[in-house]
Design a protein around this ligand. Structure first.
Ligand code: ZN
Length: 238
């Protein structure tokens, strides 16, 4: 599941600026403005660049429109300066954050007061948070995988925590399931959906209707949870 960043040529058009051209065995040209405000053109292998650029020119108004929307959305992404009063996401909630002088652990979390960062770790805020999120992700996902594996009807697979940005879960043919540590910022029911999704791949290595039947057997409202991830996934950043 998730969006894998496509490999492609980085090009620049005089009309739209930078864009990515991905050539593949397809018959039509596809134009996309991605949530991170990059322009992506998918084209058949032999499409000449002048053709692609004439398309960009033709669609310039539409592209500009989409870019403006994407950029305004990008600026809404949480970007922290690690200052007292900011809020950090964890399991679907935004928690208060304070910087304190002298505490034993760089970052602590308490359900009553939220996050607390030692002043000495102030300039490593992002690293410290990622470590904390990763540790929570490992613990919680191991527990959720154990819980759901029998319900999906598979044996408990090996677990990997990844640094993926938008690919929330993955499943290898060797039977290892992987989850992005950023997922730990999402609500629990969304985490559970991703867990069940990947476990279901151990039975059906595709997105066929049989696959979705397996998912629905455990999580009947999976489409709502999937929708949440599509709409809010971009917010799950430090
Ligand atoms: Zn999938």
């Amino acid at each position: 599941m998730g969006m894998r960043k496509p490999d492609g040529e980085q090009r620049t058009s005089p009309v739209t600026g930078a864009y990515v051209l991905v050539r593949s065995r397809r018959r039509t040209i596809g134009l996309e403005v991605r949530p991170d405000a990059t322009i992506l053109v998918r084209a058949p292998v032999r499409t000449p660049v002048w053709y692609v650029e004439s398309l960009l020119r033709e669609k310039a108004g539409w592209i500009e429109d989409k870019l403006t929307k994407a950029r305004s959305h990008v600026s809404l992404l949480p970007r922290h300066d690690f200052l007292t009063g900011e809020r950090f996401r964890y399991l679907g909630r935004e928690w208060p954050f304070v910087v304190v002088a002298f505490q034993e652990t760089a970052l602590t979390f308490d359900e009553k007061t939220g996050f607390s960062l030692d002043m000495a770790a102030f300039d490593r805020g992002e690293v410290v948070f990622e470590e904390w999120y990763r540790a929570q992700a490992r613990e919680l996902l191991a527990e959720r995988v154990h819980h759901y594996a029998p319900l999906v009807g598979v044996s408990v697979p090996r677990l990997r925590i990844t640094g993926a940005k938008r690919r929330w879960g993955s499943c290898s043919t060797s039977g290892t399931v992987g989850f992005a540590w950023r997922l730990i910022m999402a609500p629990m029911d969304v985490v559970d959906y991703v867990v069940v999704h990947e476990l279901a791949h151990l039975r059906e290595m595709n997105h066929s209707s049989r696959f979705w039947e397996v998912v629905a057997g455990v999580i009947p409202d999976h489409s709502t949870r999937r929708r949440w991830l599509k709409d809010h996934g971009g917010m799950l950043t430090i």
